[in-house]
Design a protein around this ligand. Sequence first.
Ligand code: AMP
Length: 280
Amino acid sequence: MILFKQSEALSHFLQQHKKVQKKIGFVPTMGALHNGHLSLIESAKKENEIVVCSIFVNPTQFNNAQDFQLYPVTIETDIDKLLAAACDVLFIPSTAEIYPPAYQAKQYDLSSLETVLEGAFRPGHFQGVCQVMDRLLHIVQPHNLYLGAKDYQQCMVVARLLKLLKMDNETVLNMRPTQREADGLAMSSRNLRLTPAQRAKAPLIYETLANIGRRIKKVSISELEKEGITALTTHGFEVDYLSITDADTLLPAKANTPKKIVLAAAFLDSIRLIDNLVLD
Ligand code: AMP
C-alpha cells in the first residue's frame, strides 16, 4: 500500500495509472475503520485495478464541536486493516491540504435534501460533506465511488453533487449495503464511544426499524412512526426523527408510494446513532 499525504502527488500517481486504462475505485472515510468500511474496500477491489481509501476527519461537516473533538482516531489499526484488505493507496491529508488558505467555500444547491431529516437536525452538515467530497473527487477522479447505505441521505447528496460538478459521466456512485453487528446494530465508528450499558441498548434502533418493515403493509405510516418513536423514547433514546419517506426523494411517504424507506436518528446520551431500512 502506498501512503500519500499530498494531493498533487496522489493526483499525479493516479493520472499515470489512468493513462494505461487502469480503473480507479475510491472509498472516502473518516477512519476508525470497521467491517462496514472494509466491505466497501472489498467491493472496490473486485471492480477496479487500483483502490484508493482516504482517511480525513472533515471538520466542516461537524455541526457539533464536541462530536468532532471526540471522533475516534485509530490510524495505526486502520493501516493494519487496510493492509490486510490489500488496499492499494491510502490518502491521509492534513486539514491544510484539503482546505488551503486560498480555499473558497462554495454553496451547493441541494434543494430539499438539505432541509429534511439529517439536513434539518444537522445544519450545514451536508454543505460540509459536499466541500470535502468536491475536493476529494477532483483529487482522485475515480471511475467508481463506493459509499455505504447506512448514510442513505449522504449517498443522495453525493449523487446530486456529482451532477452539480458534471462528474456523473466519469464517476459511478456505488451504494453498498449496511454492515451490521450480529445483534443488528449498524456498524459505526461512533459505536466505539458507547459504554457497555449503551451498547446493550443500541440494537433497539434496528429492531424498531425491522419491526416497522414487518408491519408496513398492515398499519398506517403515521401510526408506525408514532409507535417507533415511543419504543425508542421509553428505552431512553432521545429521538431526532424516525420517518417513513419516499426512498427516491426522502419526502414523506404516502400509502401508495412504491419504494419507501424508514430512517431514524437518535441519541443515547451524547452519542448520536443513525440507521435506515428500505421497506419492501
Ligand atoms: P465514515 O467513516 O463514517 O464517514 O464512513 C465512510 C463510508 O463508510 C461512508 O460511505 C459510510 O456510509 C460507509 N459506512 C459507514 N458505516 C457503514 C456500515 N455499517 N456499512 C456499510 N458502509 C458503512
